[in-house]
Design a protein around this ligand. Structure first.
Ligand code: ADP
Ligand code: ASP
Ligand code: MG
Length: 413
């Protein structure tokens, strides 16, 4: 009897009808003799709606209370799902993160799972039930509800698959798998059949939200093969597995974008040792992640520093920086929330110089200005104005011919 973990995202459970359709699919798998653990997200739009409610109450919502609120979204879908299964003559039980128990640290709104207790799940499975678990949530040692960060239900699913040594971990979503870029932005995007953990990690970290980055990290660590596929078809999707030879030879394997970041500039900072530490220490102490950092070269006395943070941390970061700016005698702090990060990713670019300059040429041809650039061995990222995101993604996808295999020249011959 195989143990299968199946996760269904927000759009897959976005209405009572869709919940019934998904329940039917799971029940079919159960009746074929599999033990089924189902992880559900909140209905699509619900987590955003709840976030909006919180912001109407408090300018910067208390993080513990935020988690109490956000966790309710998933409670709705798991209970409705269990009811739907029962109505169809099956048996199911819904469980919240703290009931399971999914133990996390206490970093509210971005908690990390450190252990999962499989006993209760196993007990219900032995009784022949479909076990339906609320994604995206956990509990601290002191009993506080936590959430894992946006998109965190993927991580719940992979963590459960790892903890329970499941035979399969299937992530059902509203597209057919992992594509060369977001298929909802670029109609020419091509479905990838197999992708390595490392490449998926890079794509996810740069904005391909089809899989939450931490779910990929866990899958890699515990060697859980993940199958990303569509809720609305029976087609085979994308397998995320150990390093794969074909993927390795792709020059550019994917284009990503992220509208989750905001830019902050601190102007006319004294150009002295220790200043950067003074600027970034309060930010990291507040648990705010900084992504790109640029410091201008100057006459050696004063300099400007620009960096990006997640948009949801923007207000908190600005508040902290205004204090720091006053302390260190900086001239001003300014910011921009309407930016986007567009990246090209591919292990093949490791040995092929010139990819970055090609990217710059393509963007220039489209009249898209680059505000910041960062590169690594296998990616180039540019910060641009948010309004040009879709244009940039399509132009890059087209110019790098991602709708076809784009093997590096010597390997294609
Ligand atoms: P779910 O609610 O099922 O978790 P998400 O909205 O989190 O689904 O992720 C699926 C979405 O990810 C797709 O609808 C698509 O717009 C987007 N996406 C972004 N980049 C990619 C990509 N490279 N491949 C597939 N989907 C992508
Ligand atoms: N409901 C949460 C979100 O919208 C978690 C998830 O869907 O994975 O981010
Ligand atoms: Mg998701």
């Amino acid at each position: 009897m195989a143990l299968i973990v199946q996760k269904f995202g927000g759009t897959s459970v976005g209405s009572t009808d869709k919940i019934k359709t998904v329940a039917q699919r799971v029940l079919k798998n159960h009746r074929q003799g599999n033990r089924m653990v189902v992880v559900l997200s909140a209905m699509s739009g619900e987590t955003d709606r709840l976030t909006g409610l919180a912001l109407a109450m408090q300018h910067i919502p208390d993080q513990r209370e935020m988690d109490m609120l956000l966790a309710t979204g998933e409670q709705v879908t798991v209970s409705l799902f269990a009811m739907a299964v029962k109505e169809m003559g099956g048996d199911a039980v819904s469980l919240l993160g703290d009931q399971v128990a999914i133990h996390t640290d206490n970093m509210h709104t971005k908690a990390r799972i450190y252990s999962i207790d499989p006993d209760l799940i196993n007990k219900h499975l032995e009784q022949g039930k479909i076990v339906v678990i609320a994604g995206f949530q956990g509990v601290t040692d002191s009993g506080d509800i936590t959430t894992l960060g946006r998109g965190g239900s993927d991580t719940t699913a992979v963590a459960l698959a790892a903890a329970m040594r499941a035979d399969a971990c299937e992530i059902f979503t509203d597209v057919e798998g992992v594509y060369t870029t977001d298929p909802n932005v670029c109609p020419q995007a091509r479905k990838i059949d197999y992708i390595s953990y490392d490449e998926m990690l890079e794509l996810a970290s740069l904005g391909a939200k089809v899989l939450d980055i931490r779910s990929v990290g866990l899958a890699k660590r515990f060697s859980v093969p993940v199958h990303v596929r569509s809720t609305f078809s029976e087609n085979i999707g994308t397998w995320v597995v150990e390093e794969d030879k074909i993927m390795e030879s792709m020059l550019v394997s994917g284009i990503t974008y992220s509208k989750n970041e905001a830019r902050i500039t601190i102007k006319q900072v004294p150009d002295q040792p220790g200043i950067a530490a003074k600027v970034f220490l309060p930010i990291s102490d507040a648990g705010i992640l900084v992504d790109m950092i640029i410091q201008n070269t100057t006459d050696g006395r004063l300099t400007d520093m620009t960096f990006t943070v997640l948009r949801r941390d923007y207000d908190r970061a600005m508040e902290l920086l205004k204090k720091v700016a006053a302390d260190i005698g900086a001239q001003a702090v300014s910011g921009d929330e309407s930016i986007a990060k567009v990246s090209i990713v591919g292990v093949g670019m490791r040995n092929h110089p010139g990819i970055a300059s090609t990217m710059f040429q393509i963007l220039a041809k489209e009249g898209v200005n680059m505000m910041m650039v960062s590169t690594s061995e296998i990616k180039v990222s540019c910060i641009i104005a948010e309004k040009y995101t879709e244009l940039a993604v399509r132009a890059l996808h087209d110019a790098f011919a991602l709708d076809k295999d784009n093997l590096p020249v010597e390997e294609a011959e």
